[in-house]
Design a protein around this ligand. Structure first.
Ligand code: IMP
Ligand code: MG
Length: 180
């Protein structure tokens, strides 16, 4: 599928399923090297990260743990800026090597608002792994330690990312087609 329609908008293919799988495996290999013997604790930020989290975690062949939390800061096609913790963290982070998993760092507002809460729990270390980064959209001082792809400052869907709830199940990444 090269072009798809979701709700009122037209999207075109941007990163293929094969390219995504290859890159996620590369990032998993890098994390594996960096975290050998550390039993890292991944924390996936729902909903968007669930596909990336599953694929990344499946590619890690070292002992590792994973848990999920839910924050919400987004409605429609632009950031609303409301960051809410919906499902809290039950894990004890004290002394743990934590890796936060995000679908995308857009403005950086979500992670910037959430990082103090993690730090407060005194993990041994904290890093960020994100599927996507939009460098031109960044407004807060947040840097990913692992990022699969840097993308243009346009709205994307697929591989966990949605447009008003739809599109998360697309295996490739699609970008808003403004010519349509
Ligand atoms: P932030 O602006 O970095 O705080 O991004 C907040 C959240 O907005 C991300 O975790 C995504 O769930 C969502 N988001 C940002 N850009 C896009 C996009 O292009 N498509 C779908 N969701 C997005
Ligand atoms: Mg998200």
């Amino acid at each position: 599928m090269e072009n798809i329609r979701v709700h009122d908008k037209q999207f075109k293919i941007y990163i293929s399923q094969a390219d995504i799988q290859k890159r996620v495996a590369e990032v998993a290999a890098a994390i594996k090297e960096d975290y050998k013997g550390l039993n890292p604790l991944f924390i996936g930020i729902l909903n968007g990260s669930f596909i990336f989290a599953a694929d990344l975690f499946r590619n890690l062949t070292i002992p590792a743990e994973i848990s999920f939390i839910k924050l919400a800061s987004y409605k429609g096609t632009s950031s609303t800026g409301n960051v809410v913790t919906a499902i809290g963290m039950e894990e004890d982070l004290h002394g743990r090597h934590v890796i936060l998993l995000e679908d995308i760092i857009d403005t950086g507002k979500t992670l910037h608002a959430f990082l103090p809460e993690i730090l407060h729990r005194q993990p041994a270390s904290i890093k960020i792994a994100t599927f996507l980064t939009k460098p031109q959209a960044l407004q807060y001082p947040v840097t990913a330690d692992y990022s699969c792809f840097n993308i243009d400052n346009k709205f994307v869907i697929g591989y966990g990312l949605d447009y008003d709830k739809l599109g998360r199940n697309l295996p490739a990444l699609y970008i808003l087609d403004e010519d349509q």
